[in-house]
Write a new protein. Structure first.
Ligand code: ADP
Ligand code: MG
Length: 730
């Protein structure tokens, strides 16, 4: 029987994968056409209903039942006009993907007449059967109820799935007793916490500020491979990454893929998912190749954080669906292939006021410069004080392969701010005297605005190896994993920033009370913060061995594996912090910690099983078949009297193969034993650590021998598509 590998290669080269792509329409003419935008709402809602929706979006005003009915009716009318028959509450449970439960508008009246209906109650709240979503023990099984509640700040949209269309209502997901079970609820709370602290600090500079919002622009990296080839790799199907595979002769060393022309088949795929994205109001802006072969990136224009997170989650879903249409598979895993770059999701984060000021953009006057400096230095201080929480926010089984690996941020959290701003901070530290007086106000001019060209230069030549980099008017959190929900990192960043700003305000106020002039007080606290947090600043090569040593000397944490990196989430410090800012209760934090640990250990467990299965059912049989071929060959030569020195090569290969076969078998057995031991542990953290330290090390050991076998065994006997095929055939 021909193996799947060769069938896939045949299919691929026969080229029957052409797809017609619709996306020739002008973007502006289709943008947001499947979104219930405010403009659409204006057309479909009464004045009262529209005003109420607007009030809810702008100021969080409650929508009463009667009005909710009107909004629901308007939404249904709009959706039905487009051919929609079903609706769903769309939410983001802690599995990491989005979830839906579709209900139809169709219902029966008491007398049996059919009726299409969508009432306010159905819009506002639903009770999906939630018992199998992760809850970290928050929902006892007897009380399995979870509720989804409408989030009016993120507009409803229509999702096309095959021929069907569904009205999706973005919602938060909470337990019966109100604990959050998703990413969105705490994210919204963290945005509110940051708003509160930031507005107060803004008031030192501008009393007109009443709201500070948070922006996110994400950059999504991904791999694209042929679907047939991917399906012939059980490891890709089950885990999203290849657990075996010898490095191809050509990898990324030529760097010829980066910014090269996009392969045609992938280009058609990109245009197709972009078309879907535009109709869903996702403002994609850039697309390009990444460094590794078959790796790409897309990025939208930044948006308000909550919406940006929804859009990223939605796009990951759209990308996977559209790929199917093109007989491609998109890999969002952080490290689908060993030996070449992994994928990240850079999170560009900034804060803006309702007066139109980006708080992370250097200003044009001394006053706005001081405001910039305050927010800038507070961010550094937040990263310094809570680096452990930021690290925890990006910890996952997938990201463990990537952090510290080839071309990726290390597990040490540091911040890069560029040469110019480093000098500014140094000057403040050395020149602002303790008796800072008005004469020193010259300092405040700082001339940052005049140095903008210099700043830009700094940022174009910026350090790509830093996990947290200032890039001109925003910070870029680069350590986020490509498959992660952005909310996790962002909500922690918001919360530590809220905390730092609140303390800043307290300290400045105290100095003012003692008689300092406002600007002087602010400058003094900024100076203290620079002193206290400068050890987190690093401008050098974050991937280097020296940095790891230097960071250790500086006392910066370097938590390499997820089970340990998650610990800070449940420290007393973290519990107080999240409670104070009303983002997580203690039990919510403990539940999250538990869920993340469980997610981790389940992934490693599944990978272990896949490795065992593949070794047993694919690798060893193919290797033994080839071993037999060699034995027959040797026997035959011997039978006809050929001297042994003439088949020395065969004997050598046979010996080598036999050795690797033995090793694979023995190691797979040992790994199973280690898994059994780990499974016997009852404490989730201990179990996760056992999987990490006792089971996972076998993965690489087994892989070493399997990859050697791949080089030795007859290519036609090898059933798993090889790296060269996955990465270069399309
Ligand atoms: P790159 O990092 O690849 O050079 P850019 O810096 O141009 O790309 O932009 C990356 C992302 O940052 C985009 O999504 C962009 O919209 C976003 N971005 C730009 N300015 C801001 C800002 N002030 N706040 C948040 N995100 C921003
Ligand atoms: Mg970037």
């Amino acid at each position: 029987m021909q193996s799947l590998r060769f069938k896939a290669i045949d299919n691929l080269t026969s080229g029957n994968h052409e797809v017609n792509v619709e996306g020739s329409a002008k973007i502006t003419s289709i943008f947001g056409e499947n979104v219930f935008t405010l403009k659409t709402a204006r057309d479909f809602l009464s004045d009262d209903a529209y005003k109420s929706l607007l009030g809810s979006i702008k100021t969080g005003q409650k929508i009463d039942r009667h009005v909710a009915n009107q909004i629901a009716a308007g939404m249904r009318q709009w959706a039905e006009k487009k051919g929609v028959t079903h609706y769903t509450h769309w939410f983001q449970p802690l599995t990491g993907t989005s979830a839906e439960k579709h209900d139809s508008f169709f219902t029966l009246k008491g007398d049996g007449t059919p009726l299409d209906q969508f009432e306010g109650d159905a819009l506002v709240q639903q009770e999906p059967d939630a018992s199998s979503f992760p809850s970290g023990g928050l929902r006892a099984t007897f009380e399995a109820r979870g509720y989804t509640a409408w989030d009016p700040t993120s507009p409803a949209f229509i999702m096309h799935i095959g021929q069907g269309m569904t009205l999706c209502i973005p919602t938060i997901f909470v337990s019966y007793t109100g604990e959050s079970l998703d990413y969105k609820a705490p994210l919204i709370k963290s945005i509110e916490a940051l708003n509160k602290s930031a507005v107060e600090v803004c008031h030192y500079f501008d009393r007109n500020v009443t709201k500070v919002h948070v922006n996110l622009g994400w950059e999504q990296e991904y791999f694209v491979v042929d679907e047939g080839l991917a399906n012939a790799r059980p490891d890709l199907v089950m885990t999203g990454r290849t657990v075996f595979g010898h490095t191809p002769a050509k990898g990324q060393q030529l760097e010829d893929h980066y910014f090269g022309s996009i392969p045609e088949r992938v280009y058609a795929y990109m245009r197709d998912f972009e078309y879907e994205a535009y109709r869903l109001g996702i403002p994609l802006r850039t697309r390009h190749n990444e460094v590794a072969p078959a790796q790409f990136e897309c990025a939208p224009i930044f948006e308000e954080l909550n919406l940006a997170v929804d859009h990223n989650t939605l796009l990951m879903d759209v990308m996977s669906r559209v790929a199917k249409r093109h007989k491609l598979k998109v890999l969002l895993h952080e490290k689908p292939f060993a030996g070449i770059n992994g994928s990240g999701k850079h999170n560009n984060w900034s804060m803006g006021t309702d007066t139109g000021v980006n708080l992370l953009a250097p200003g044009k006057t001394p006053k706005t410069n001081l405001m910039f400096l305050a927010f800038f230095v507070n961010t550094i201080k937040a990263v310094h004080d809570h680096a452990d929480l930021l690290r925890a926010s990006i910890a996952s089984a997938g990201n463990d392969h990537r952090l510290g690996a080839n071309e990726a941020p290390p597990a040490i959290i540091s911040a890069y701010i560029g040469h110019y701003l480093n000098k500014v901070l140094e000057e403040i530290e050395t020149r602002v005297s303790d008796k800072f007086d008005e004469q020193d106000e010259v300092m405040l001019k700082l001339d940052i605005h005049k140095s903008i060209p210099e700043l830009l230069l700094d940022n174009t030549d910026r350090n790509r190896t830093s996990p947290f980099a200032f890039t001109g008017n925003k910070f870029e959190f680069r350590a986020v994993g490509s498959s992660a929900n952005c909310a996790n990192g962002m909500l922690i960043l918001n919360t530590i920033m809220a905390e730092t700003l609140a303390n800043f305000k307290k300290e400045v106020d105290a100095l003012i009370e003692k008689g300092d002039k406002k600007e002087v007080a602010i400058m003094q606290v900024i100076k203290t913060y620079i002193k206290e947090s400068k050890k987190v600043l690093f401008e050098g090569d974050g991937y280097s061995e020296e940095w790891t040593k230097e960071a250790a000397k500086r006392g910066l944490p370097n938590l390499k594996t997820t089970p340990i990196a998650l610990d800070p989430l449940v420290s007393d410090k973290a519990k107080k912090l999240f409670e104070k800012h009303n983002v997580y209760t203690h039990s919510e934090l403990e539940a999250r910690h538990e869920i993340e640990l469980e997610k981790y250990l389940k992934i490693v467990q599944i990978e272990g099983r896949v490795i065992g299965d593949l070794a047993g059912n694919h690798i060893l049989p193919a290797s033994i078949r080839y071993q037999n071929m060699l034995i027959n060959n040797i026997k035959g030569l011997k039978d006809i009297g050929v001297p042994e020195k003439s088949y020395k090569a065969q004997l050598n290969i046979l010996e080598e193969i036999s050795e690797h076969i033995n090793k694979v078998q023995a190691l797979a057995f040992e790994m199973t034993e280690a898994r059994k031991k780990a499974n016997a542990l009852t404490d989730t953290r201990e179990k996760a650590i056992a999987y990490c330290d006792k089971v996972k090390p076998y993965f690489d050991e087994i892989r070493y021998h399997v990859d050697k076998l791949e080089l030795l065994v007859d290519d036609s006997e090898w059933e798993l598509p090889k790296y060269r095929e996955l990465l270069f055939l399309r």
